[in-house]
Design a protein around this ligand. Structure first.
Ligand code: THU
Length: 131
C-alpha cells in the first residue's frame, strides 16, 4: 500500500503536468535513502519529440540538486490501471537508480511494484564503454 502522503503528493504533482498536447498527465516522486521526496511531471512541447517524461524530469532534477541514492520511484498517470515507465526512462533509472523499486500507482491507489532490474533486464551499462 502506498502511503497517503506520497499518494497526495503524486496527485498534486500530476495535476501540474504540462501535458496540453497529449492530455495524459504523469507524476513521478523519488524517495532518497534518507527519506527526501523529489517530484517531477511530464513536460510537453509543441515540437512533440522534445517532450520529457515525468520520471526523467524528477531524476534529472534530483541529480542536479545533489541526490544520488534512490530507494523508491513512484509513477502515477491518468487512468484506472498503473502504467509503467517507458523504455527511455527505464534506461535512465537503470543507471541512476539501480537499487530502486519502481512503484506504479493509479490515482485511486491501485499499485504494483517491480525492481528496475526486472523492468529492464540486460540494460545497457557503462561496462560496455570500457572494452
Ligand atoms: N509519459 C511519461 O511522463 N512517462 C512515461 O513513462 C510514459 C509517457 C508522458 C510523455 C507524454 O507527455 C505523455 O506521457 C504521453 O505519452
Amino acid at each position: 500500500m502506498v502511503e497517503q502522503d506520497i499518494l497526495s503528493l503524486l496527485r498534486q504533482t500530476k495535476d501540474k503536468a504540462l501535458a496540453h498536447y497529449s492530455k495524459f498527465h504523469v507524476a513521478s516522486v523519488l524517495k532518497t535513502r534518507d527519506g527526501q521526496l523529489i517530484t517531477g511531471f511530464n513536460i510537453e512541447n509543441s515540437s512533440y519529440g522534445l517532450t520529457i517524461c515525468a520520471e526523467r524530469v524528477a531524476i534529472f532534477k534530483a541529480l542536479s540538486e545533489g541526490h544520488n541514492d534512490f530507494v523508491e520511484v513512484y509513477v502515477m498517470c491518468d487512468g484506472d490501471e498503473p502504467c509503467s515507465p517507458c523504455g527511455a526512462c527505464r534506461q535512465i533509472l537503470y543507471e541512476y537508480a539501480p537499487d530502486a523499486t519502481i512503484i506504479m500507482v493509479t490515482e485511486a491507489g491501485k499499485s504494483r511494484s517491480m525492481h528496475i532490474r526486472d523492468l529492464l533486464p540486460h540494460g545497457f551499462n557503462d561496462k560496455s564503454l570500457h572494452m
